[in-house]
Structures are given as structure tokens and as C-alpha cells.
Design a protein around this ligand. Sequence first.
Ligand code: PLP
Length: 457
Amino acid sequence: MTRPAKSPQTLKWQALSRDHHLAPFSDYKQLQENGPRIITKAEGVYLWDSEGHKILDGMAGLWCVAVGYGREELVEAAANQMRELPFYNTFFQTAHPPVLELAEAIADIAPEGMNHVFFTGSGSEGNDTMLRLVRHYWALKGKPQKKVIIGRINGYHGSTVAGASLGGMKAMHEQGDLPIPGIVHIPQPYWFGEGGDMSPDEFGVWAAEQLEKKILEVGEDKVAAFIAEPVQGAGGVIVPPDSYWPKIREILDKYEILFVADEVICGFGRTGEWFGSDYYGNTPDLMTIAKGLTSGYVPMGGLIVSDEVFDVVNAGGDFNHGFTYSGHPVAAAVGLANLRILREEKILETVKAKTAPYLQKRLRELADHPLVGEVRGLGMLGAIELVKDKQTRARFPSELSAGMVCRGHCFANGLVMRAVGDTMIIAPPLVISEAEIDELVSKARECLDLTARDILG
Ligand SMILES: *Cc1c(COP(=O)(O)O)cnc(C)c1O
């Protein structure tokens, strides 16, 4: 692909990137060669880059901009809170109004019996908090040997040492000796990639049974918790077969271990329900939150805790854990305003009744494309599997980088669609309209055509 000449301003920013910026999750060599795309503004579901290109943001920033860009109410909430009380901590027997009101607002929408919230600055910190709280909980219950947490291969739970260890991303584990001890993983319920000759439901049961197998292998008396995303996000929008969650619930009921739902992506309406756990009828003991909580306007995460877990920890005295920005007043004020928008504009209702069914229907039309082996999704989440052979689900050789080629065409043609290997994924803002969904799908088809031309010749 030949690129048009860049403006002097863009070149200047790209030089700053080259000389000074260490970017997260980036191939540094490539970044040095090409320079980053510079995003300068956004409105609704659209981004603009420094070259003036308008781009439909099919990823809601990074799964987070639920209410869309440019919401004055959130700007006002932040500005007002900064004027009133820009910062105070919530350590050592203090609090402030926004953090308390947000905790109540979250308890209001959380599943029955989940009424207590620990705030953090991110989803990763939420999962670090989970690990420490869960082990503290078992110690208080007189079972300090219950320490092991079971996660899933290709799950994503953040990028701190605990987050990356809980997650099952091979590339992350390869750097820096992860996972840390006390964290083990079971296979993911990824039928398209790993289901072989089993039917999706057979495979879902098999994948769930791996949990029981692991509990027995480690020893129930040593297992503290199982953590999972209701739908794996960063792993490639992996929607488990229908048989998976009921079987997991059955296993969890049998053993005395805690269930942690990582709701960082699925929470706050992405499935059309408040939480992915509501969508599946799961009953977690703890839920990690972030992203959609503030629509990404300011960083905030947290951990929602059941009354049962709270009662034990509450009786246990000091919990020696916290972050300077736990419950940051500005983030809390934005979170409150964000929840108000979601509720008052009936965004979840619209997603559930109208736009999510429409998105899912339109996306599935792409299944007839020669490159596409499967289209799946639910709510405002979607995945498109690129394959060499639709029947056998065989992949292209990895050196073709089909996913990256497709992602490149998308960006160049005004659409952000992410590639996880050869799985193209989308998670647009929840407020995307039907007309914007039409645009997303037609752009996606064009980019699939361009990708097919490149790799099929
Ligand atoms: C993004 C993500 C995290 C990590 O959140 P950060 O705010 O990036 O630390 C954790 N879990 C899931 C499921 C995520 O998608």
C-alpha cells in the first residue's frame, strides 16, 4: 500500500513518538518505521486523525466509550467536581460524596446480593485487588491454604503482574516469568478454533469439565477462586457454546470456591444487560469492573463484592490494600454521570431491543464472504473469523497475516476493526445507530474484499 504524504504537523508528532514515547502493546520496530496514527478528536462514534480522516470507531476506543464521544454531561461532571474537590483519598476512615454515591449506584444495578464496591484506577488493579481480597477472605475463614486461582488460557484480565498472570495470554506470559505461582489455567471454550470434530455443545461441556478436572488436580482445599470473562474480549470475542455456563455453574455449586466474573468488557450494557453475568444468569461472588464504568472519559475500575464475601472481610479488621486513586472524586463523578446517561437515555433497552439485534443480523450477512468462516457475537460484540477453508475451518498460513492485512485496510478505509490473529473483532459504542451499523458493515465488507484480493491474489 502506498501512503499519501503526511502533513508537517503529523510528521512532528510522529518524531516525538519515535524519540520519546514507549507505547503499550506495540511492535516497537514497526512503530519506529511507520509512526503512529495520531488521533486528534472524536464525536459520537467517529474519530478524526491528524490528517483529517474520519474513522468509524468499531472498538469504542478500547471497549470503553459506551455512551460515545463528545458527551458534554461528562465534561461538566468532571469540571464541576474538579472545582469542588479535585482530589481527596479514601484511606484511613475518610470518604467524599461522589465515591459513596457511585458505590450505591453500582450496587443498585449489580446482581442481587452484590452491594459492596472497592474502587481502583483500572481493570488490572481490580483484578490485583481481587487476588489479594480472595486470599484474605479464605485466610479469615481459617483456610489460608486456599490460594490457587484458576483462570483460562487466552483469557484477558489486564497487564499488571497479577492481571497478566490471571489471564492466559501466551505472549504476555513469555515475558517476565509469568504467571506467578498460585495461578493455573484451563482451556478456553473456543469452539471455532479448538472444537475439532465435536459439536459446539459437546465442546462446551468438555471445556467446562476441564474446570472440575483442574479443581481435583490442584485439590479443592487449595483452590480459592475461578476467574472468567462472560464473553472473552481481547481473546477474540469468544462466545462460549450454550452448554458452557450451565455446566460451569453446576461444577462451581459442587465445590467450595469463589466465582469471579471479569466484567470489564461485558459490564455496563455491552450485552444489553447491565452485566454479562445477568445475560447468562450466572451468580458470581465478585465482579471486576472498569472501561464502560466511566465510558473511558477518565480512568476508573473496581471490584464488586457479594454480601457473603463482604461479611467475612468486614469482620476481619484492616485490609492492607489500596491505591492513591481508589475512588478518585473526578472519576467517581464522571462514573455517576455516565450511569445516569445509560439509565435516562434507556441505552441498554435500545441496545437489547433494537440495535444489538440489528448489528448481529447485519454482521452475519458477512458469513457469505469467501474469506469468512464464522460470524458470531451478542449484544454490541462481534467477531469475524478469516479462514482459508470455510468447511474445515483451516487458517491461512500465519506469514500471510490475514488479520493484520484486513485491519490495515479497515484503518485506511475509515473503520477501526481490531485483529486478534485472524479473528476480526468489533465492539462499537453502545449508542451506535442503525445507519452507522450499516456503514460499519458495508465498510467491513469492502475491507474483506480488499483483503481477499491481497491474499488470494
Ligand atoms: C481491559 C481489560 C482488563 C484490564 O483493564 P485495564 O483498565 O486495562 O487495566 C481486565 N479485564 C478485561 C476483561 C479487560 O478487557
